[in-house]
Design a protein around this ligand. Structure first.
Ligand code: SF4
Ligand code: SF4
Length: 200
């Protein structure tokens, strides 16, 4: 019997998913009850703080992820970025986890370019500065130089617990950011959702 599967495939075309159906359980919103010994104080008086959580699972099973990946904060949107939104990424001291998840949004599974989101190697072409890792005093000047080189309008994105709250190290230099993307590392769905919301 002849195998016509490829002819059928060409005729039908390939239908890609607009939204990702399969979401990894960690790092999604955490819910539960009771007192736990959280290493970053992300749970205090039964309240969970996404910005501090390093998703170490020490609170499991009293607290469990509920599969809600939409845990980012977007303080401001920018219509000028609607067609194209370029990201310049600075690693200020990561473990490599945030880098891997961020890179994933460029994979065919998530395909950020269909939403007009791209990476750039120069801050001069960037709309947003993405900071990952615990920001140290010595990296402050690097970050500032990159930010100053960016054209207006521009914004800062903090990606991952280390950049947001210092993670397990706990002492990041504070940075004002428009977009906060929690996780350790953040879920690619969370990252893509936050970036798309900025463009709206
Ligand atoms: S996963 Fe770890 S860091 Fe997050 S709330 Fe639970 S114990 Fe705290
Ligand atoms: S937030 Fe987690 S994954 Fe990202 S750099 Fe810090 S330790 Fe690594």
């Amino acid at each position: 019997m002849k195998n016509w599967w490829f002819i059928k495939g060409i005729k039908r075309g390939v239908i890609t998913e607009k939204e990702t159906k399969e979401i990894a359980e960690w790092s999604t919103e955490i819910q539960g009850s009771g007192e736990v010994n959280c290493p970053t104080n992300a749970i205090e008086k039964g309240r969970w703080d996404a910005k501090k959580c390093v998703f170490c699972r020490r609170c499991y099973p009293s607290y469990k992820p509920n599969m809600n990946p939409y845990i980012s904060t977007v303080a401001k949107t920018e219509k000028l970025f609607k067609r194209s939104f370029y990201l310049f990424v600075v690693d200020s001291g990561t473990c490599g986890g945030c880098n891997l998840e961020l890179k994933l949004i460029a994979s065919p599974q998530y395909d950020m370019t269909r939403f007009g989101i791209f990476f750039t190697n120069t801050p001069r072409h960037a709309d947003a500065l993405v900071i990952m890792g615990v920001l140290t005093e010595k990296m402050k000047d690097v970050i500032k130089e990159a930010y100053d080189a960016m054209p207006e309008p521009k914004l800062v994105i903090l990606l991952g617990a280390c950049a947001i709250s210092g993670g397990v190290i706990g002492n990041s230099v504070p940075v004002e950011a428009t977009v906060i993307i929690p996780g350790c590392p953040p879920n690619p769905v969370t990252i893509l959702d936050a970036l798309r919301r900025v463009k709206e």
